[in-house]
Design a protein around this ligand. Structure first.
Ligand code: FAD
Length: 320
């Protein structure tokens, strides 16, 4: 990232994401609900020689800024995690969560506690600017008037953006049948690699193993779905190469659209010149942490509180 944006902004982006993990944890502690939030280590391993260089450079810069990191060599990696790679970066600050459980419970909580109104299956088709705010139109012909609008339409937000800021790609994932606890590696760590297309691996609370990645550079859903069988087979092979002794049997597989940006960072804040229209676009592989930052940043803006993070995530951010 420091090749694309200023080093201090890259470090601020990393620190903001790190902080948001704790903030997410606290949101659920605050409402007394556990969406299977679990602190687990993260292991980022070198897939090849190019990956070794990347890991070394990444280690250097994280050390420089005292970001949590340990460099594991081949032996330590193999002894501790049971798979082979030249080296890896480890940190103990990462976490995993059941995102569906978390989102649905949080909405339900605020329906009851805060009077939140949710209109499901209500697609907004147009947004018109009015003198006192906005008028939104829905597919059913209803009109909604509001002072402010927050666009959090994920990868479908393009039609509400003056300019395309994200690239839409396809991604694949599968989940295994539960495996015996004895097969699960050190502290159920999150595992991912340097190569692209990459794979990532995690577990759930039933000791199922989730393997994902194998991204493709297009978004066409028909083409995407037609590749699912082939992608499952590649992901299974990659997993078995890393962990040949784990009796891995795929239970379910799926694919989806994924959005990313040139600098790997999301777009959060107002479009220059449109002060009452906010965007919470958590594009990228850290979408969950980015979404937490978006919630805080937009809340601060609405309250008139200056938030330095807009320099990193806003539409006006500086590039090198
Ligand atoms: C396979 C996969 C794995 C991922 N893994 C991770 C991970 O490990 N960690 C991580 O942090 N992130 C991960 N992500 C990314 C993360 O899921 C997303 O960044 C996150 O869901 C984005 O949240 P969002 O609320 O911005 O958008 P979404 O979750 O896409 O929600 C947008 C919502 O807006 C609605 N909508 C769209 N258009 C309209 C409209 N016109 N009117 C009304 N409603 C509309 C949609 O129906 C949808 O409900 C992963 C994504 C994928 C696909």
């Amino acid at each position: 990232m420091v090749k694309i944006i200023d080093e201090d902004l890259a470090v601020q982006a990393y620190r903001s994401c790190l902080q948001s993990i704790t903030d997410i944890e606290n949101v659920f502690k605050g409402i007394g609900f556990d969406p299977d939030f679990e602190r687990v280590p993260s292991v980022f391993f070198a897939s090849d020689k190019k990956g070794v260089k990347l890991i070394e450079r990444e280690y250097e810069i994280r050390e420089k800024y005292k970001l949590p990191v340990t460099l594991l060599d081949k032996k330590v990696l193999s002894d501790k995690y049971g798979f082979r790679a030249s080296c890896a970066l480890e940190n103990n600050e990462s976490a995993q969560i059941d995102a569906y459980k978390a989102a649905t419970h949080l909405i339900d909580f605020h329906i009851h506690k805060s009077g939140l109104k949710v209109f499901t299956n209500t697609e907004v088709t147009k947004i018109k600017e009015k003198s006192a705010g906005y008028e939104l139109q829905t597919t059913n012909g209803y009109k909604i008037s509001s002072k402010y609008v927050i666009i959090a339409a994920g990868f479908e937000a393009g039609k509400f953006l003056p300019k395309q800021v994200m690239k839409l790609t396809s991604t694949y994932a599968l989940v295994s049948e539960p495996v015996d606890e004895k097969y699960i590696w050190h502290k159920k760590s999150l595992i991912w690699e340097t190569k692209e297309p990459y794979i990532y691996i995690r577990t759930d609370n039933e000791n199922r193993i989730i393997v994902g990645g194998e991204d493709e550079d297009f978004k066409d859903p028909v083409k995407r779905d037609s590749l699912l069988r082939k992608k499952v087979s590649i992901l299974e092979k990659k997993f078995k190469k890393l962990f040949p002794d784990i009796p891995f049997k795929t239970d379910m597989a799926w694919c989806g659209t994924f959005s990313s940006t040139d600098d790997g960072l999301p777009y959060i804040g107002t479009w220059p010149g449109a002060d009452r229209m906010f965007y919470a676009l958590g594009y990228g592989g850290n979408g969950i942490t980015f979404s937490m930052i978006a919630a805080q940043l937009i809340k601060n803006k609405l309250k008139g509180i200056r938030d330095e993070r807009e320099n990193v995530f806003g539409f006006n951010r500086k590039r090198k």
